[in-house]
Design a protein around this ligand. Structure first.
Ligand code: F6R
Length: 355
């Protein structure tokens, strides 16, 4: 039931802090130790590489998670689009371990891969929102995302749940001492709450930059993990507002896409990574010099006069959890402002059971 909400998507965006708290209750003890089964941790520890397999938004959550596995847990990790992996398997490492990310647990492309790796005798873990789904049942291990039913075709809270659970897994593997993840995730849930309470800001920005019929394309740019959020932000905008959108690594602009920048083209920069914030600003100003309409979504400690939306500071690798929320709301208000059916975009299905 949508209750007071005009669309499920808005309800599901609002639920994100609750989803995070639910995951924390389930996957941490009172001391903030991660509660992940020993068998799962032993298998990942024994593996020489983790292969994350997913599609669409779940693939984008995988891109963010891979950095956590590599940088926190020192575990080499590769992320693959399931429909690609299924028919062009890369050369595998000697002791691979597979993680499947899927909201529905029924995505045919991912099921195809799981079938193949089961036949080859490899072990796997599925993170899914639907217990007893096919990917849940057919993997060696499975953990629930606990996001509650996601009805809107555009995935939001499942993305947040996937990255949160990937972070808890990476943390459990790493035995990290220098970060209290439970505390950091609580802060992030509070931060997301503040962002969703700022809805009017994003409604206004969407109405100015993205809703006008004269806007037929838009760009999201970022570096490091922000580049993976740029992909997700662009996907969300495309699928529910039908604005042609691209998200990519900011350094790539000058290698081609800059040619598309015209007077008024929206370019939204995601800036949460201290190492590269100056470079992203440089890339953005190359677009403004060519007439783009630029907007920044930036972490507080990196913010400057004239920035668009300022996010609270969090651990840089966990920044996707906060920075994605403004982009979800921008997509939502663009779809709404264009008079479209936010929850049921044309041509798309919630669960993609064909290859
Ligand atoms: C986009 C979206 C899709 C799904 C993709 C994978 O908003 O929802 O891109 O993420 O179809 O679905 P799952 O996660 O169910 O395997």
């Amino acid at each position: 039931d949508k209750g007071i909400y005009p669309y499920y998507m808005l309800k599901e965006v609002d639920e994100q802090p609750v989803v995070m708290r639910r995951l924390m209750e389930r996957y941490f003890d009172d001391q903030g130790n991660a509660l992940i089964g020993k068998a799962i941790l032993d298998e990942i520890n024994a593996a020489d590489r983790v292969y994350i397999i997913a599609a669409g938004t779940s693939y984008h959550a995988g891109l963010a998670g891979a950095r956590l596995f590599e940088q926190w847990a020192n575990k080499p990790t590769s992320v693959f689009i399931s429909s690609e992996f299924a028919y062009e398997e890369p050369l595998l490492s000697e002791k691979p371990f597979f993680i499947f990310l899927s909201q529905s647990g029924e995505t045919a492309d991912s099921r195809e891969v799981l079938q193949n790796i089961n036949e080859a005798g490899y072990h796997s873990l599925t993170l899914t929102n639907v217990e007893k789904s096919t990917l849940w049942r057919e993997a060696t291990y499975a953990l629930p995302l606990l996001a509650g039913p996601e009805i809107a075709v555009a995935s939001t809270k499942a993305y947040i749940a996937q990255i949160t659970l990937e972070a808890i897994l990476a943390y459990a593997l790493a035995g990290k001492q220098d970060l209290n993840l439970m505390e950091e995730l609580s802060n992030i849930a509070v931060a997301i709450q503040a962002i969703v309470d700022d809805k009017d800001t994003f409604k206004q920005v969407a109405n100015e930059m993205l809703v006008p019929a004269s806007t037929n394309s838009a760009f999201y740019i970022g570096r490091g993990v922000d580049s993976s959020v740029a992909l997700e932000a662009a996907l969300k905008l495309k699928e529910i507002s039908y604005v042609q959108a691209e998200g990519f690594a900011a350094g790539e602009l000058k290698h081609g896409t800059l040619a598309l920048i015209e007077e008024g083209t929206p370019v939204i920069a995601l800036i949460t990574q201290p190492k590269t914030s100056g470079l992203v600003r440089g890339n953005l100003s190359e677009t403004t010099a060519r007439g783009s309409r630029s907007y920044t979504i930036v972490s507080k400690s990196l913010a400057k006069e004239g920035d668009g939306y300022v996010l609270p500071d969090v651990d840089p690798l966990l920044a996707p959890l906060v920075e994605v929320v403004p982009t979800q709301l921008l997509a939502y208000y663009t779809s709404l402002g264009r008079g479209l059916d936010v929850d049921r975009p044309r041509n798309l299905a919630k669960s993609v059971t064909v290859q």
